[in-house]
Design a protein around this ligand. Structure first.
Ligand code: ADP
Ligand code: MG
Length: 822
């Protein structure tokens, strides 16, 4: 039965291996294992390595192939408990190996209960707050499970059609998912049966339990059987009784390995902050990047709009380091592309929203820079947790406006976050304000992005809960707008009672807000009033661009905007998503109104006066001119939409080579038509011809696609060759970012900032040991790991499946859905 499991969207293939033999063996296996688990002595026994645990052979093999040998603290405590079936609240610092702490029990517990095959139904559900994290968990699951487990596993995170997901879902034994999307299936997918669900896992549990996901999660829980094991993991764990009650946990074990630790963040993480007025944050960021070109950096900003603006403007200024950007409004494919690029990069700077704050395990990140102050300490802890993972070193720097300093420091101290102030060396500080102004001046689209960034930043501050830190009235907003290259601060109206978390995660359909119509028009009006002072030629030119091409568009757009762009709720909002602008190319606007007809007055023809002195307006395309004889009519002129009624229908014409207009379809002379044979014959002929044409085009398309695939493969191989460093490790571990580079990076920064503790620089000189234990990601080169390719080849040969090593996450899924089988 298990052998008939198939790939995600692949047709069924019967596994040739005789199952009965295997079944008998695993039955014996299972009994022994069950007994060993029962005999586990949680008090007396100490667990150091994975071999100390009663694990199934496939899991052991998977762990070995991924080079995991010693248990981390959280793993040593949580896995034995979870194997015994306890509900667990697991808390451990970022980067301490929580993923394996739940992945292993999931595989093991389902294995022992033989929850395999389509009839067994869904045995475990693992929920993640973001798609990227879900994919990463799935990779870990795949790597540990691929050496012989027979489960079908899959990802349900949206970005695919519901029906495609549905087909795969009904076969799955383990699903990794985001809340919105899985809820959609629970409520809509016929045949998706969760009655046998044995395990529910929430990674980043506090995030999933907070307000943003409240409704979804409650609804999901309603579908699940109450008799189940529930595992919750996070670096900032919830202990709220109400949360635990919601999940109907049964005497949960609270496993917190770092509670007594001095700090809530990893020891190997050095944390600093600089005090820097909001209006100088971009200058400081630019200077920082200039001094750290050899590093791998993540820069956190508060909204997707900020990310886009900073990315786009910095890119134009050629910073000398590859830039990337990640936020929730990007297409799924783009997001995947970016995360894998950043993972593989040695030196790169990623601008991101909090969509990247939680859980993501990018290898060898040197720096986490927080340009915008995080909304709370938990967010801070998760953001900095993207570096200094699993025994590596890392550094984090937080930019604080003077008004934010006191409040934020108090909060950080209360949560045991050790952070020290450092100063910016003024000599090294470069100002990019003029450059930005120049760029915004030349490029209205960039300026438009800047305006959006400004608006979303201000709104994000406005909806922050912690008013001791976020005080809008204390921020130098005019200067801030100037620092973005804008000629003045756009005006914004606010709605009362906004709530950050709720807004941040609200499905987009509900987001049209009444709050912020006032933008450009009010801006220019208000400027006229209070800006009687000196106005330069440039100011006037700026205002002029404001009023034509994009102004109407801009104000319309910001009506639909909300500040938080952490976009986990995408699933629920995926419909709304389809229409939203693709961020593949950053500068796209939804609809461009050509300058010539930008303002309604320009769209209508020249005015004339009739005999009574009333205005007559000729509309392009309309038969009769429009008589403006009342206030209402006058008003009409302001609305393009309403004017449509008077314009009549347009007509599509085609032009021949001489430039003569023809109607789109011109009727043939009837006699000529008859000459060509009977109508039905002609129709058949036409169909035949078209079919042939399409077939030919198809062949060409396929050839092209093949070529592209081949080129990609060759490139990948070349890259692997050109980058032998990651290959020469004997144990197969990879080390991204050589020690030297990192050293260089640290040195550079040491030059840039006045270190308050000189000794730190020295201590960094001690090169850190190469990171050995990290398993390879599927997008990393696997060539020297001879076990993996063999395994894949074998599989390919046996089952005639043409999947090579997983190249995209679809490949990975396809492999895993058949999955974890061998
Ligand atoms: P967390 O979820 O606690 O933030 P992860 O599970 O993402 O941490 O693990 C962080 C890193 O540590 C990953 O790169 C992972 O491969 C590595 N890791 C986890 N457990 C072990 C282990 N037992 N031995 C070696 N490396 C490990
Ligand atoms: Mg994690």
């Amino acid at each position: 039965m298990a052998g008939t499991l198939t790939g995600h969207t692949k047709p069924t293939k019967v596994k040739k291996l005789q199952q009965s033999q295997k079944r008998k063996r695993s039955d014996v296996d299972v009994e022994k294992l069950a007994q060993a688990v029962q005999e586990l002595d949680l008090q007396g026994q100490e667990f150091k390595s994975f071999t100390d645990l009663p694990l199934s052979d496939p899991t052991k093999a998977g762990l070995k192939a991924s080079h995991f040998t010693t248990l981390t603290d959280i793993q040593a405590k949580a896995i034995p408990l979870a194997l015994k079936g306890a509900d667990i609240l697991g808390a451990a610092k970022t980067g301490s190996g929580k993923t394996l702490a739940f992945v292993i029990p999931v595989l093991e517990n389902l294995y022992r209960s033989q929850c395999v095959g389509q009839d067994a139904g869904l045995g475990a559900m693992i929920i993640s707050p973001t798609r990227e994290l879900a994919i990463q968990i799935f990779e870990v699951l795949y790597n540990v499970g691929k050496k012989g487990h027979l489960f079908a596993a899959g990802l349900i995170i949206g970005g695919k059609s519901l029906s495609e997901e549905r087909d795969a879902l009904v076969r799955m034994n383990i699903v990794v998912c985001t809340p919105g999307r899985i809820l959609q299936h629970l409520s809509q997918t016929v045949g998706f049966n969760v009655d046998n669900l044995q395990m529910l896992v929430l990674d980043e549990a506090d995030r999933i339990l907070d307000m943003g996901f409240q409704r979804d999660l409650d609804a999901i829980i309603d579908y699940l059987p109450t008799q189940r094991q529930t595992l919750l993991f996070s670096a900032t764990q919830t202990k709220k009784v109400s949360d635990l009650a919601r999940l109907s946990l049964q005497d949960p074990e609270y496993v917190a390995v770092h509670e007594a630790a001095e700090s809530a963040t990893p020891k190997s993480l050095q944390q600093n902050y600089v005090v820097c007025p909001l209006s100088e944050k971009l200058d400081t960021l630019w200077s920082f990047i200039q001094s750290s070109k050899k590093s791998k950096i993540i820069v956190f900003l508060s909204s997707g709009k900020q990310v886009r603006f900073v990315y786009e403007s910095f890119r134009h200024m050629q910073p000398g380091i590859p830039l990337l950007h990640l936020h929730g409004r990007q297409k799924q494919t783009a997001r995947l592309d970016i995360t894998s690029k950043f993972s593989a990069a040695k030196n790169s700077c990623l601008f991101a929203t909090d969509v990247a704050a939680r859980g993501l395990d990018f290898p060898a990140v040197d720096w986490v820079v927080q340009v915008d102050c995080p909304e709370d300490t938990d967010t801070y802890i998760h953001r900095v947790g993207r570096t200094a993972r699993y025994e590596r070193k890392g550094r984090a720097v937080l930019f604080l406006d003077p008004s934010e300093e006191e409040g934020m420091l108090k909060r950080l101290e209360a949560k045991k976050v050790p952070i020290e102030r450092i100063n910016i060396r003024q000599k090294k500080q470069q100002s990019i304000k003029n450059q930005l102004q120049n760029m915004c001046f030349k490029d209205p689209q960039l300026k438009y992005l800047g305006q959006k960034a400004f608006v979303s930043y201000v709104k994000s501050i406005h909806i922050m809960k912690d008013k001791e830190i976020f005080q809008l009235n204390k921020l130098p907003l005019e200067d801030y707008a100037g620092s973005l290259g804008l000629p003045g601060a756009p005006r914004i109206k606010f709605m009362k009672g906004d709530n950050a978390k709720e807004l941040k995660n609200a499905p987009r359909q509900h987001l049209s807000s009444s709050e912020d119509e006032g933008s450009e028009d009010e801006e220019s009006k208000s400027k006229k009033k209070d800006k009687e002072q000196v106005r330069t030629k440039y100011d006037r030119m700026f205002e002029r661009t404001n009023q034509d091409v994009l102004s109407g568009h801009y104000s319309k757009l910001i009506q639909h905007e909300f500040s938080g762009d952490e976009d986990e709720k995408e699933d629920a909002a995926s419909k709304a998503d389809q229409g939203s602008d693709s961020d593949d190319d950053l500068m796209t606007v939804k609809r461009v109104i050509p300058a010539a007809e930008g303002a309604p007055d320009e769209a209508v023809g020249t005015d004339a006066l009739d005999a009574d002195g009333k205005k007559i307006v000729s509309l392009p395309g309309a038969k009769d001119p429009l008589l403006i004889d009342s206030k209402r009519r006058e008003k009409l002129l302001k609305s393009k939409k309403k004017l449509l009624k008077f314009k009549g229908n347009g007509q599509k014409l085609v032009f021949d080579d001489e430039g003569n207009a023809h109607e789109l379809y011109e009727l043939e002379d009837e006699e000529d038509f008859r000459k060509n044979g009977a109508a039905e014959d002609q129709r058949q002929r036409f169909l035949e011809e078209e079919r042939e044409r399409i077939e030919q085009a198809d062949v060409a398309d396929k050839a092209l696609a093949k070529e592209k695939r081949l080129a990609k493969k060759i490139k990948r191989k070349e890259r692997a060759k050109a980058d032998p460093e990651s290959d020469d490790e004997e144990d197969g571990g990879v080390e991204l970012g050589s020690g030297q580079d990192q050293q260089q990076a640290f040195d550079d920064f040491a030059k840039f900032l006045d270190e308050t503790r000189a000794s730190d620089v020295e201590s960094e000189e001690a090169q850190e040991p190469p990171q050995k234990k990290r398993p390879k990601k599927w997008f990393e080169d696997d060539s020297e790991d001879d076990e993996a390719p063999k395994h894949k080849k074998k599989k390919g040969g046996k089952k005639g499946k043409a999947v090579e090593e997983p190249e995209t996450f679809e490949d990975l899924e396809a492999l895993a859905a058949g999955m974890l089988n061998e």
